[in-house]
Design a protein around this ligand. Structure first.
Ligand SMILES: *Cc1c(COP(=O)(O)O)cnc(C)c1O
Length: 450
């Protein structure tokens, strides 16, 4: 090892030699200047802050890819995981069960008013999508309708990057290289409120998109297994927010045309949009609900699919092949479930949803001046998600990277999706930190546009 390297530099060079980082063109990490994408070594986290090995800190404005809810190294979640660690680190969930997985399943079902239940476990979000897709097609097969195996997804949808999930993901950057490997799905219009024409409300756009959905359901009658949606905000394709009216109409149409409705709340669940589950804003329930990311407080990989009793019953039989024979080795991991139980405890003890109303209002007030910036379009907010677009004619092709670098240099982690700058901070962010994020965004925007 080169003794002249700082601690940061040493971890960077070792990482570049040993680790293939996700969602990254690795060569950019070795470049200097305009093509550079910094790689930041992190030594520890505390609250909204991530610290490098030399004490420099970064405000985690995007909750480490939307996973963190109550800050890094949260004492209450850490304690719960440590206590669980001394009891049971893992036991297989086929043929065995344990306290954390039972309690978590009961509590999640209770949060849906017991309309959904029989929690099925996996680790990453994409696995929850795979489970929901397989479960819906198998549900129809068990009903004697194997031809109902087509999936509908929204334009601009993102449901993960394994092959099945990618089949219902409409983001060219993630999809194109693997297109020949994917199964065909039918894309229906997104209700993205930015598409409103003059005089049109977000609800009008939702009704227009729902007509497109009905058209697709009618044309493919008897073929559709399920419609999969990200309720209220399509996050990965650029924080496209839409009116809950779409979910009400989608629920009605799925019932009318005999298709299941899958709500992928991997990003928008757990209070992110205001209500605990995003679909609650529409007063509906899906047939299948996918959770991940925030459910473990951002601590450990955990994903869950909850289903309606009627779905569960379609598999309940003595014949093995009618059962849902899907599994992952770490299904229902007790440590991850303990982190999730502690996360739910915090929601209850601190009345987090009510506190988030005030926090979201502070975010709105802090970001509002940005609406007058000449490059800013469509400043929007849904609960603890805020975003704006940068006018395409004012941004260079590498705007996202330029902005990201400029924000990091100012001590904040903000990582735009294309021309969309967004804020998705942990729920413990303080007013002064919100102000700092807003100020950093303004300064980074000016630098990235210069
Ligand atoms: C992140 C995300 C996924 C995929 O979750 P991973 O844990 O990254 O596999 C799926 N759907 C939505 C809506 C997401 O935001």
């Amino acid at each position: 090892m080169n003794a002249s390297l700082t601690a940061n530099e040493s971890w960077l060079s070792r990482s570049l030699k040993a680790v293939w980082h996700p969602c990254t063109q690795m060569r950019q990490h070795s470049e200097a200047g305009e093509n550079a994408l910094p790689l930041i070594p992190i030594a520890r986290g505390e609250g909204v802050w991530l610290y490098d090995f030399e004490g420099r800190r970064y405000l985690d404005g995007i909750s480490s890819w939307w996973t963190n809810l109550f800050g890094h190294a949260n004492p209450r979640i850490s304690r719960a995981v440590k206590e669980q660690l001394d009891q049971l680190e893992h036991a297989m969930l086929a043929g065995f069960t344990h306290r954390p997985v039972v309690e978590l399943s009961e509590r999640l079902s209770a949060l849906t008013g017991k309309e959904l239940g029989h929690a099925f476990y996996a680790s990453d979000g994409a696995s929850a999508t795979e489970i929901a897709l397989k479960m819906s097609a198998h549900y129809w097969r068990n009903q004697g309708k194997p031809e109902k195996n087509l999936f509908l997804c929204l334009s601009g949808s993102y449901h993960g990057e394994t092959l099945g999930a990618l089949s219902v993901t409409d983001v060219a950057l993630f999809r194109d290289a693997y297109a020949p490997l994917l199964r065909a799905a039918k894309t229906v219009p997104s209700p993205d409120a930015r598409q409103a024409k003059t005089g049109e409300s977000a609800a009008d756009v939702a009704r227009r998109a729902a007509r497109g959905l009905e058209e697709a359901l009618r044309q493919r009658q008897g073929q559709v297994a399920a419609l999969i949606v990200e309720p209220l905000v399509q996050c990965a394709s650029g924080m496209a927010a839409y009116d809950p009216e779409y979910l009400r109409l989608a629920r009605t149409l799925c019932d009318r045309y005999d298709a299941l409705l899958i709500c992928d709340e991997i990003a928008v669940g757990c209070g992110r949009t205001g209500t605990f589950f995003a679909h609650e804003a529409a007063g509906i329930r899906p047939d299948l609900l996918c959770l991940s990311k925030g459910i473990s407080g951002g601590y450990l990989p955990l994903s869950i699919v909850l289903c309606r009793e009627s779905v569960y019953q379609a598999f309940y039989d003595l014949e093995s092949a009618r059962g849902f024979l899907h599994s992952h080795s770490y299904t229902g991991n007790p440590l991850a479930c303990a982190a999730a139980l502690a996360t739910l405890d915090i929601f209850a003890a601190d009345d987090v949803l009510a506190a988030n109303l005030r926090r979201a209002e502070q975010m709105r007030a802090a970001l509002e001046p940005l609406a007058r910036h000449s490059a800013v379009r469509f400043l929007r907010q849904q609960g603890m998600i805020a975003a704006f677009d940068v006018a395409p004619e004012m941004a260079s092709a590498d705007f996202s990277r330029r902005f990201y670098r400029a924000a990091l240099a100012r001590g904040a982690l903000l990582r735009p999706l294309g021309n969309t700058v967004y804020f998705m901070p942990p729920y413990i962010i303080r007013q002064a930190e919100i102000a700092q994020l807003a100020e950093t965004a303004r300064a980074a925007l000016d630098e990235a546009l210069a």
